[in-house]
Design a protein around this ligand. Structure first.
Ligand SMILES: NC(=O)c1ccc[n+]([C@@H]2O[C@H](COP(=O)([O-])OP(=O)(O)OC[C@H]3O[C@@H](n4cnc5c(N)ncnc54)[C@H](O)[C@@H]3O)[C@@H](O)[C@H]2O)c1
Ligand SMILES: [Zn+2]
Length: 341
């Protein structure tokens, strides 16, 4: 599968675990985290490796500096490429290091979480968190290649699989009613024979959207934010420790589906379907943080995506379709939160 972007294009290749190493030249430096390194560093015996501590709290400038210094110490030259082997944290961090090292070297993404395979490894957004906020330093730097191996997902903790499934359901709700039907009838797990086909389908959706709106200028890419306006606020209100991203957006999708119904944008019954699917996946669909309505609305208003025109939401018009709605007021959100739960 090919993704074209402003400066060129890259391939997304589906590979088996035993075939992974043959897609990575022997001397190519690999940066990964300690969990992934423990499980999969052995697949690449001849490559130099840097293992960083795992977790969002290490997606910071310190780790960014460590990557750059390690690349320099290892004598990596401008024409060489590097590999990001891990979840979204490693993909974002190493991608940003690749964007900065010698003013830019090529990098291969090998995403190892479901979330990274269906979302973060595609689209070229890279960066790190600052103490002042998430993803505040970053760049657009497309990978030279993305290698997808769904066999790697079998070692994911259950909560991390569900975390990625929240994004999979999101693609269904906003642009693929057949996917919602399929997942409702045949629940997916890391060993399911359809897993690779579902991952491929989600990647195709993300590819189509980012190709059409690479730099988030037309509003199309913003439709991928269904559940994220509320979800990001919940993550922020809880200091990024309480919920995994997918859990926060799961709650966000249900609330935003309610909002859509209250505004007359979403078909009646949409929120009931969204809630049933996500709860069935073992994802949370409500939070007591939703009771702090003023703080929630204030947090959303501070979000970098809020414009002077009020809050913007990607709302599902009916299952499988969505549109971006701007100019939504805090009062509208409060209405949606009445009798919520
Ligand atoms: N760039 C983008 O467009 C974009 C989009 C969405 C999310 N993100 C970013 O992605 C990050 C979240 O990514 P994530 O959910 O993959 O988290 P993560 O990278 O922290 O991985 C989650 C956990 O799973 C472990 N792990 C990874 N692969 C494993 C495997 N195969 N088996 C066992 N354990 C494994 C990791 O060590 C980690 O502990 C956030 O920082 C978010 O901002 C970026
Ligand atoms: Zn997301």
């Amino acid at each position: 599968m090919t993704v074209t972007h402003q400066r060129g294009s890259y391939e997304i290749e589906f590979v088996s675990k035993s075939g992974l190493a043959s897609h990575v030249p022997a001397a190519t430096p690999i940066i990964t985290d300690e969990n992934v390194g423990r499980l999969y560093a052995g697949l690449f015996p001849d490559n130099p490796k840097l293992l960083l501590p795992a977790g969002e709290e290490f997606k910071n400038l310190n780790s960014f500096a460590r990557c750059l210094e390690w690349l320099a110490e290892s004598g990596v030259k401008r024409g060489q490429q590097i590999v990001a082997l891990g979840g979204g944290v490693i993909g974002d961090l190493v991608g940003f290091a690749a964007a900065a090292y010698m003013r830019g070297v090529r990098f291969i993404q090998i995403p190892t979480t479901l979330l990274a395979q269906v979302d973060s490894s595609i689209g070229g957004k890279v960066g790190v968190d600052l103490p002042q906020g998430k993803n505040l330093a970053g760049s657009f730097h497309a990978p030279s290649k993305v290698l997808i191996c769904t066999e790697l997902l079998t070692t994911l903790p259950k909560s991390q699989f569900a975390n990625g499934m929240a994004e999979v359901w999101k693609y269904g709700f906003i642009m693929d009613a057949d996917l919602v039907k399929q997942l409702s009838e045949h629940p997916l797990d890391a060993h399911h024979p359809e897993l690779e086909a579902v991952v491929r389908r989600c990647i195709e959706h993300k590819r189509d959207v980012v190709q059409a709106d690479e730099f988030e200028t037309t509003g199309l890419r913003a439709t991928l934010n269904f559940g994220h306006t509320i979800g990001h606020a919940l993550e922020q209100m809880s200091g990024y420790t309480r919920y995994l991203h997918g859990e926060a957006i799961s709650i966000g999708m249900v609330v935003e589906a309610h909002l859509g119904e209250k505004l007359g944008v979403s078909e009646p019954g949409t929120s009931r379907v969204v809630k049933k699917c996500l709860a069935g996946q073992g994802l949370p669909v409500t939070s007591e943080l939703l009771n702090q309505q003023d703080l929630l609305i204030e947090t959303m208003a501070r979000d970098k995506k809020a414009s002077g025109k009020g809050l913007a939401f990607s709302l599902v018009t009916k299952i499988g379709e969505c549109k971006l709605v701007e100019g939504i007021s805090g009062q509208d959100v409060k209405l949606a939160l009445q009798n919520y739960g």
